[in-house]
Design a protein. Structure first.
Length: 167
């Protein structure tokens, strides 16, 4: 869905810009990827059992189930709205005072993401795919309300690893 400047939501909130994105990225994984994945899981489980580390075994099982579940389920569409009061991501709303800063990682076609940090240091950053949105327009709007973290220009290492490993 293309951006809609000055669109209004159900509650009468004026959207400065809006777009939709899938709730998670779905990767094309070949048969070889699955062999490596299941082999890694099996070796990890055997190691966990051998070392009697049952918490690690449980984590391996949970992560495996999540990867398999995501493979067989289509991601839902999530709406992103930037308003004068904050941002709305799906059913969640975040006021400007709750957000710390933002940065853009824009290296098309692989990386087109918007990141938010929170005022609370205990919350992880929030990642929003830009899809086909204009990053310059989004940057201009967000600079009105938040500080851009110019020290960060790329995606965090964890996200890079997830993308490279297709997790």
């Amino acid at each position: 869905m293309p951006s809609n400047k000055q669109q209004t939501g159900e509650s009468g909130t004026e959207f400065l810009i809006s777009w939709k994105f899938p709730e998670f990225e779905q990767y094309d994984r070949g048969r070889g990827w699955w062999y490596v994945f299941y082999g890694f899981c099996l070796i990890s489980l055997l190691y966990a059992i051998f070392t009697k580390n049952f918490l690690f075994a449980l984590i391996v099982i949970i992560v495996s189930a999540i990867v398999v579940h995501r493979h067989y389920h289509e991601p839902e569409e999530v709406s992103m709205h930037i308003t004068k009061n904050g941002i709305m991501v799906g059913d969640e709303s975040y006021e400007w005072k709750d957000l710390g800063s933002f940065w853009l990682a824009y290296e098309p076609p692989e990386v087109k993401k918007l990141f938010f940090t929170f005022s609370s240091k205990f919350r992880p950053h929030l990642t929003i795919p830009l899809e086909d949105e204009d990053p310059i327009k989004i940057r201009e709007i967000l600079n009105t309300y938040l500080t851009e973290d110019l020290d960060k220009e790329s995606e965090p290492t964890v996200e890079l690893l997830g993308r490279v490993l297709r997790l």
